[in-house]
Design a protein around this ligand. Sequence first.
Ligand SMILES: N[C@@H](CCC(=O)N[C@@H](CS)C(=O)NCC(=O)O)C(=O)O
Length: 232
Amino acid sequence: MLTLLTYPPAFGLFSASPFCVKSALMLQHCGQDWQRSDMLDPRKMPHRKLPVLRTPERLVPDSDQIRDWLEAQGADFDHGLTDVQKAQSRALVRMAEEHLYFQIVLDRWGNDTVWPILRETFFTEIPAMFRKLVSNSIRKSVLRGLEAQGVSRFSKAERTDRIERDLRAISEFLRNSQFLLGEKPTSADMSVGPMLAAMRATPAETSLTRRIKQDRLLNSYVYRMQQAIPLS
Ligand SMILES: N[C@@H](CCC(=O)N[C@@H](CS)C(=O)NCC(=O)O)C(=O)O
């Protein structure tokens, strides 16, 4: 049986990591026999990140490589899409994973109201007496990473504008269909859906959580995705 090494459930989601949710959705969608194995510390993993798929032959790191591996076994997440739709799918996935994702990380790790909740969710394996010290130093390194990536250099107004343009682009795809590229979920939905769900699930009210909750189209899309491919 395949095993998905993933971060545990958090904030009402299958996992706090939208990349882990994406891989779980792909496994579920293609009908593979799989189980989850939760971990909080990915440092021994090939890319020092999660998700990772344990197959009979090897560990497959990275949600895109997990997708490739599943496709090599016969999965077809974009069945029936034209070449242009496949190109649109690629662009949507990159927008979600290389931009919106970092906005979510900033919303979680850069917010002093969210931080105590994060500390007690992500660092439970660290003995309580060291937890503050260790988690504060990890928080600093995550924030340094966001500075290097650039997302935290924008003003609040600039940030909002950048997010808004992405959300409007996603909404245009959903204006006349149930899912991004038609009436059935495809790979783009398995990436964008969990990203929007994560954005909504940050455990404090932020402008991002409000933005998704108050948007009927996006909110119902997140719900639809969760119904279309249920993860128990
Ligand atoms: N490109 C990777 C991204 C995975 C990723 O960023 N995972 C994060 C959690 S959402 C992680 O494990 N971070 C740990 C770290 O950077 O130390 C994928 O698609 O799987």
